[in-house]
Design a protein around this ligand. Structure first.
Ligand code: F6P
Length: 470
């Protein structure tokens, strides 16, 4: 079996620290099966020239990490990746701030990754690149002569061509994905959007249901929705409810029902809109006042970026207003916490919560939604309230699906969840749980890698004559 080389911006070296990252959770099982190598950024910023890559071996996996220079971090990570690609791919053209300087930094770091990978890649390695930070990496490797099979999976949404074309230099960046042998998406919608971009914007010819002819090779497009490790997570949650931490939290609620939300502090997660919905609940359904506590766990992220500082202020103000207007000396309606919690703590809290509020404005998948379902006690499960704009809504159709922009509608869904009869809760949970099992994380990586390994007509042949772009 070929060696697996995973490349992503963040590298999850096991260190026992709490993390909220979906990517890291998703990749881990791939290594359990095969071992291999994981390459990416160390998370450190070098004062001047970064030193040589650092190698760490844990279990069957070699972690190879590089530092970034200050300018690279600014232009690549804060700049192009998170101030341009992130908002545009989440349909937020209004928040994108494009500069040519940041684009230059983005391309430079991709070249830097390729230079470092060149030192460790073997000809028969299978390479799996993750997420929007590394869209041009396959091209950078092909330019260096690497003929490995290289796959790309994007964990976040891919918007319709009308939005994608608002990305300045999209003609350079998006078609660069065609240098991968396989490009994977979370949902059919994302894959269809990309396929339509290739055909209508770039004039690529469709070869069959999932392949397109590209300059020097063919590119295959696939849908691989990320799952969770359903049964292990269920077992973890069962144990975790008895931990002293979870008991302490539940005791402190004095018998009140708990609603839980867990998200990185990011504008795509719809947290201010969710606060509005909770406020609506307290206004329109006063019977729940003092009967329910909403716990929102929200680790800060990308704090150097203005939009993230803005959302932090906005959420803080809304929480303060709700607690000021509705709270009692003996009851705080919203508990808002910026600290990251361990997976075990979260699993226990999910299982203890009567409702899970997962209402992103747009999300690739959202593994919190799936973990909330996995964590429930099937005999007495809580209810998932899920945005129809999260990838997870395609599979978790027995959740209460909501439009996160409609705070009144979300308030009605919260009321319905809190009052839902046991039989309906059990049925909805059983249906959702079945959907999780049908697409367990254990099969995800193998499905992607098997598709990537399966030969098709491409095999990086001699360049064919260039077709005119449409
Ligand atoms: O959703 C995309 C993603 O890469 C997640 O997998 C991860 O949790 C998050 O973004 C982390 O963002 P950052 O690396 O910027 O902290």
């Amino acid at each position: 079996m070929s060696r697996l080389v995973v490349v992503s911006n963040r590298v999850g070296i096991p260190d026992g620290k709490a993390r909220a990252g979906g990517l890291e959770v998703a990749i881990r099982p791939a290594f359990k099966q095969r071992g291999g190598l994981w390459f990416g950024w160390s998370g450190k910023i070098a004062d001047d020239e970064p030193g040589p890559a650092e190698h760490t071996v844990r279990d069957n996996v070699t972690y190879v990490t590089v530092d970034l220079k200050k300018d690279d971090y600014e232009e690549f990570y804060n700049g192009f990746a998170n101030r341009v690609l992130w908002p545009i791919l989440h349909y937020r053209l209004d928040l994108a701030e494009f500069t040519r300087r940041d684009l230059g930094g983005y391309l430079r770091v991709n070249q830097f990754f390729a230079d470092n990978l060149e030192k460790i890649l073997r000809p028969d390695d299978i390479v799996w690149v993750h997420d929007y930070h590394l869209m041009p990496l396959a091209k950078a490797l092909r330019d260096r002569g690497h003929k490995n099979r290289i796959g790309f999976f994007i964990h976040i949404p891919f918007p319709p061509a009308e939005i994608a074309t608002a990305l300045p230099n999209h003609e350079q960046l998006i078609p660069a994905l065609s240098y991968y042998n396989l490009v994977g998406f979370q949902t059919e919608t994302d894959a269809t959007n990309f396929a339509r971009y290739l055909t209508t914007e770039r004039g690529l010819r469709r070869l069959d249901a999932d392949s397109f002819a590209f300059d020097e090779s063919d590119v295959r497009v696939g849908v691989f929705p990320v799952g969770v490790e359903t049964e292990p997570f269920q077992r973890l949650a069962r144990r975790a409810v008895n931990s002293s931490f979870v008991r302490e939290v539940m005791d402190s609620l004095s018998g009140r029902a708990m609603i839980i939300g867990v998200d990185r502090l990011d504008y795509s997660k719809g947290i201010p809109e969710r606060m509005d919905a909770f406020e609506r609940l307290l206004t329109n359904f006063p019977q729940w006042r003092s009967k329910v506590t909403y716990l929102q766990i929200t680790p800060r992220s990308r704090a150097d970026i203005q939009e993230y500082a803005d959302i932090a202020r906005q959420v803080g103000a809304k929480v303060g207003n709700i607690n000021g207007a509705y709270g009692e000396a003996s009851w705080t309606p919203v508990r808002y916490i910026n600290k990251a919690h361990s997976r075990t703590a979260l699993a226990g809290l999910y299982r203890s919560a009567r409702a899970g509020l997962v209402t992103p404005l747009r999300d690739g998948m959202n593994l919190v939604a799936k973990e909330y379902i996995a964590a429930q006690d099937p005999e007495d499960p809580g209810v998932l309230i899920l945005s129809r704009f999260a990838g997870a809504a395609r599979e978790c159709t027995a959740a209460l699906l909501v439009n996160p922009y409609d705070s009144e509608g979300v308030a009605i869904a919260i009321d319905r969840a809190l009052a839902m009869p046991l039989a309906e809760r059990r049925q909805r949970h059983a249906d959702n749980y079945k959907a999780l099992l049908a697409n367990d994380l254990g099969q995800w990586a193998e499905r992607f890698l098997a598709t990537l390994e399966r030969p098709h007509r491409d095999a990086i042949q001699a360049p064919r004559p260039r077709r005119a772009a449409g």
